[in-house]
Structures are given as structure tokens and as C-alpha cells.
Design a protein. Structure first.
Length: 369
């Protein structure tokens, strides 16, 4: 069954601060892939990094944008496990089915099909999806129609709306999956620093798990969001006694069980590592281009017996529990606070400018409007 619209429409950013919607032929799919009419493409690095600086990752460029999203299946090939009309979350990238990530239920970001060192930049990730389908469009999320490998689709339960399901990628989804990786439990103390949309996802995940959340934060807009979610403790990382304030909130003053960085910069990373108890964990969930952190194996790992982790995206093995969490009314309440703005894709410039302002949580683009 073919969609009734004659063309696909894709968002492009040909120059910094300038966007254009362009028409392309409708996507073509091969077996193993579904054609999805997109509804929401949440904004990830497209706002700050791409809009303002025209700085792209290997998998996108001015004419091919977006990786997060939800929508409705409009075409499949015979033998598919999906049906036309299924509402789905699209997890980013392609699926090879044979690599360590694919066979171990890990995040598709680590699949060989999405690795530019394995495939070559022109054949990896979303570009590879278009190539392997012989399609003139549809590899990317900021398009009205998108191709996705069925292995990276998850059906959305009837009672879950698109707005909540769309937080399953780089916001609540990334926080949730990283906390599954670390086994964050009720009663843990979780220190979260450098609060953007990934860290807000960590806040929701930690509160959902009944952990005690302490935020190291300076942005008043985002502090207000966290307080409305239920975060009781917010500490200014520039206070002289920030470390004492954190320790005073932990069992026996021993330090936090888990620290999460959402900033990607050493200012927060150094403080977070210093606040973790012996045998505790540090998780890097944010990244900033060009930033680096000096680590001494003896001082920062062996002596405190710290474990360091970090991963992009959501592990396949966490998808069911993630979707079950998204069906919790309390998680939905917090996602409604995190998603501060929604814009039609035809007003993408306003959306990106809002993201650059940092006066926002997660921003959604409504791709059909
Ligand atoms: Zn793979
Ligand atoms: Zn993302």
C-alpha cells in the first residue's frame, strides 16, 4: 500500500541559521524495512550544534537531518512482523543482525552497520539505510516519510500517546538505558550534573526508580523544570562548599552511589567524579565537541575503585522496560515537564533558536505540519 501524498518533504539547513523544506521522491523499501509516516522528530544536536555552528556528526549533513522519532507504519513488504497502521518508536540507525551489538541486545549505535570505521562514512548509519534500500529519500528523521529497519522499531501500546513515546530516544530513553546498564536502584543517591535534555531524562529515570536525586546545576530555567519534576536538592557547582553540601545528603557522608554527566565538559565531570563514594559509578551521557578530560588511572579509578560507563542510545534489551516505564502516569507527568516546546517542522527555525537559547527542555518538531 502506498501513501497518498505524492512526495516526501525533508528539512535541510543549507547555511547556519537558515532552514528550507525540500521535496523529494517518496522512499522505496526493501524487505526487512518499514516505511513510516513520521509524527514527531525530537531535536537532538540539530539545535545547538548544527543550527548555530553548522557542525555535523559523521551521520548527518546540511541536507540530511534527524535520527529520533515516532510515527505510523504506512508500508511493509510481505512477511513483515509489522502491519500498516502500527504506531512505532524508531530507534536510530540500521541493523546488520550479526555483530556483537546486534547479537547481544545492545544499542544499535554500536551495530557495525552504523560504524563509519567498518562501513565507510557514506554507507554507515542513516545514509546506509537509504543506500541499502536504493531510496531517493527517507533515511532520516526530519522528513515526512522515513525508512526504518524493522529490528529497530518498537510498537507503541494503544494507551501510550506519541508525545510520551517520543521521549524514548535521546532524552528519557538514554537516561533509562544508562541507568539499567548501571543498575540504579531504589535508595541510591544519584548526582546529576550539566543539565540538558539528556540529563533531564536521567532525572526522570532516577525518580522513577525511587533514587534520591541531587542536581549540580546553574541554569535557572532547567532548575525550575527539575523542581517541578520532584528534585528536592539542587546545588550550585560554583559554591565553595558544593562538595560538602553533596556529601551531607549521602549515607554516612560517604559520597553518592552514582554520578551522571550530561554536559560533556570537564568543569562538571571533575566535580562529579570527586563526589562518588568508594566503588561507586560515574556515567558520561553528554558530549561536547573538542572537550577532553584528564584521567589518572591510579587517582581516578584504582584508588576510589570507581566504575566508568557511558553509551549512546538505548539497548535493545531495555526497550520493553523503557516502554513499560513510559506507561507510568508519573513518568508521563515528568515527560510533559521535560518537553517544553513543540513546533511545526515548517517553523523549524524558531525551534532551533529556542534550543540555542537554553531556555528549554526537550523540543519536538511536528514533522507533518
Ligand atoms: Zn549489527
Ligand atoms: Zn539524539
Amino acid at each position: 500500500m502506498a501513501p497518498s501524498d505524492p512526495v516526501n518533504v525533508a528539512l535541510t539547513i543549507p547555511k547556519p541559521g537558515i532552514f528550507e523544506l525540500v521535496e523529494r521522491p517518496l522512499p522505496i523499501i526493501e524487505a526487512g524495512y518499514a516505511l513510516v509516516k513520521t509524527e514527531i522528530a525530537p531535536i537532538c544536536l540539530e539545535g545547538s550544534r548544527i543550527w548555530a555552528e553548522h557542525d555535523f556528526e559523521f551521520h548527518d549533513d546540511p541536507y540530511h537531518l534527524g535520527h529520533e522519532g515516532v510515527g505510523t507504519v504506512v508500508a511493509v513488504k510481505p512477511g513483515s512482523n509489522f502491519r500498516v497502521g502500527d504506531r512505532v518508536i524508531v530507534f536510530q540507525g540500521d541493523h546488520c543482525g550479526h555483530c556483537h551489538a546486534c547479537t547481544s541486545g545492545l544499542s544499535p549505535t554500536y551495530c557495525d552497520a552504523n560504524d563509519p570505521d567498518v562501513m565507510g562514512v557514506d554507507k554507515a548509519a542513516m545514509r546506509g539505510i537509504e543506500l541499502r534500500n536504493g531510496s531517493p529519500s527517507g533515511g532520516f528523521a526530519m522528513e515526512r516519510y522515513r525508512i526504518a529497519p524493522e529490528a529497530n522499531l518498537a510498537r507503541i501500546p494503544e494507551t501510550l500517546d506519541f508525545r510520551h513515546a517520543a521521549s524514548a530516544n535521546c532524552s528519557f530513553g538514554v537516561g533509562f538505558s544508562n541507568q539499567e546498564l548501571m543498575d540504579v536502584k531504589a535508595g541510591d543517591t544519584v548526582l546529576i550534573g550539566g543539565v540538558g535534555f539528556i540529563a533531564l531524562g536521567h532525572v526522570i529515570s532516577a525518580l522513577y526508580r525511587n533514587a534520591r536525586v541531587i542536581a549540580l546545576a546553574r541554569n535557572p530555567y532547567r532548575i525550575d523544570l527539575m523542581k517541578r519534576m520532584g528534585v528536592e536538592y539542587v546545588i550550585d557547582p560554583e559554591d565553595d562548599d558544593w562538595a560538602e553540601q553533596v556529601r551531607a545528603l549521602t549515607y554516612n557522608g560517604q559520597g553518592v552511589d552514582v554520578a551522571v554527566d550530561g554536559s560533556g565538559v570537564a568543569f562538571y565531570q571533575q566535580r562529579l567524579m570527586a563526589a562518588v563514594r568508594k566503588y561507586g559509578q560515574i556515567n558520561f551521557s553528554g558530549h561536547t565537541p573538542g572537550s577532553s578530560l584528564h584521567i589518572s588511572p591510579l587517582q581516578h579509578v584504582l584508588d576510589p575503585a570507581h566504575r566508568i560507563s557511558g553509551q549512546h542510545d538505548v539497548r535493545v534489551r531495555d526497550r520493553e522496560r523503557l516502554i513499560r516505564a513510559l506507561m507510568s502516569p508519573e513518568v508521563q507527568r515528568m515527560v510533559d515537564i521535560m518537553v517544553t516546546h513543540e513546533y511545526p517542522m515548517s517553523k523549524a527555525g524558531e525551534a532551533f533558536a529556542k534550543q540555542v537559547s537554553k531556555e528549554c527542555g526537550k523540543i519536538y518538531l511536528l514533522t507533518q505540519q
